[in-house]
Write a protein that binds this ligand. Structure first.
Ligand code: NAD
Length: 342
């Protein structure tokens, strides 16, 4: 099958592209490279354009009329940035996605898989969430994901779209073959920061938020290997019609699926796992939470198994080990421009 991936030059989109290729499919990449990496496009079919560039999207589909579905990963994703730049986040993630979805419906390419986020869940007792658990997005980033879920659902009612919203928990690791991985030069989130410290690029790890109501005070997450996450997309694409038929509710061709391991791990527990794989201690300094941080949740992943036949296969240790491996090879694959500070 030929599949369009928006944001296919990013961390997750490029991993999905590799997983689709390995399964015999052909990805077509649409990416503005606003944050993504041209090195991750490899020899794939590539359109260097914005998702809201209607003329270019039309051209892409006229040149590849055999595209069978779209995976929409393109977005801005940094939570604290979204707090200081909400206009940009709502423009990129909501306004442009809406323009793109409307065009897909107009040109009759209705099958859409949307990258959503577990960041939209409210904190619940015990921290395990099903797809029906209450939502309470707390940052402009997570609100943009929440809004796009609502908009996609409404478009599935009013237009001809069929949508699968995949709520990702916390992806870690890299493509096990080291084709792609986390590309942000100075990452702001847990695993990226830990790798920076382990490789000696940063002296200390700042553990933000230690007074949450969890078993050890640090936030709780559900860390899944990005390769497992990518495999869930392969399943969603290959079983698309079945997933919609079995997952739709209220006669609407739309369904939401959690993608996580089903196990909650606190940040402190994750650091211990990291130290075991890395083989040494990490210097940790505790700090208050960052703007937009949340206590977190872990997935009830039953629906993913029921609809996609998917569950995670790789462990946290695999994810950490691949993240460390990627950290060591990253700069031989990505050619960063040096920025001189004045
Ligand atoms: N990384 C995570 O922890 C995580 C967790 C939950 C959900 N998600 C979602 O997964 C998706 C992919 O995230 P990622 O970690 O790969 O991020 P990323 O920044 O690596 O990739 C995003 C890609 O989208 C592209 N892009 C952004 N705006 C665009 C536009 N208007 N037009 C065309 N291309 C555009 C960027 O250039 C980049 O290549 C996002 O939608 C994100 O919200 C990520």
């Amino acid at each position: 099958m030929k599949i369009l991936i928006t944001g296919g030059a990013g961390y997750i989109g490029s991993t999905i592209a590799s997983a689709l290729e390995d399964a015999g499919h052909t990805p077509v990449i649409l990416d503005s490279l606003i944050t993504g990496r041209k090195e991750f496009i490899r020899d794939r079919i590539f359109y260097h354009a914005d998702i809201a560039d209607r003329a270019m999207v039309r051209k892409l589909f006229s040149e590849h009329p055999d595209i069978e579905a779209t995976i929409h990963c393109a977005a801005l994703i940094v939570v604290p940035d979204s707090v200081s730049r909400p206009y940009d986040y709502y423009t990129e993630n909501v306004v442009k996605s809406m323009t793109f979805f409307k065009l897909l419906s107009e040109i009759n390419y209705p099958k859409l898989v949307f990258s959503s986020s577990a960041a939209i869940y409210d904190a619940v007792p015990g921290f395990m969430v099903t797809e029906e658990s209450p939502l309470r997005p707390l940052s402009p980033y997570s609100r943009s994901k929440f809004m796009m879920e609502m908009i996609l659902r409404d478009f599935c009612v009013a237009y001809n779209l069929q949508g699968i919203a995949l709520r990702y928990f916390n992806p870690i690791g890299a493509d096990p073959q080291m084709r792609t991985g986390l590309h942000i030069r100075y990452p702001s989130h847990l695993i990226g920061k830990l790798v920076q410290v382990a490789l000696g690029h940063e002296p200390v790890f700042y553990l933000t938020g230690v007074d949450w109501p969890t078993r050890d005070g640090s936030a709780i997450r559900d860390y899944l290997h990005v390769w497992d996450l990518a495999q869930a997309h392969v399943a969603a694409i290959e079983k698309f019609d079945q997933v919609i038929a079995n997952g739709r509710e209220d006669d609407i061709n739309y369904t939401v699926i959690n993608l996580g391991t089903g196990t909650g791990v606190t940040v402190k527990e994750f650091i211990e796992d990291f130290e075991k794989v890395y083989g040494a201690k990490i210097l940790v300094v505790e700090q208050p939470p960052r703007p937009g941080d949340v206590v977190g949740a872990y997935a009830n992943a039953d629906k993913a198994y029921r609809l996609l036949g998917w569950k995670t296969k790789l462990s946290i240790a695999d994810g950490i080990s691949d993240a460390l491996k990627w950290g060591r090879v990253r700069d031989t694959i990505i050619h960063y421009l040096s920025v001189k500070m004045c």
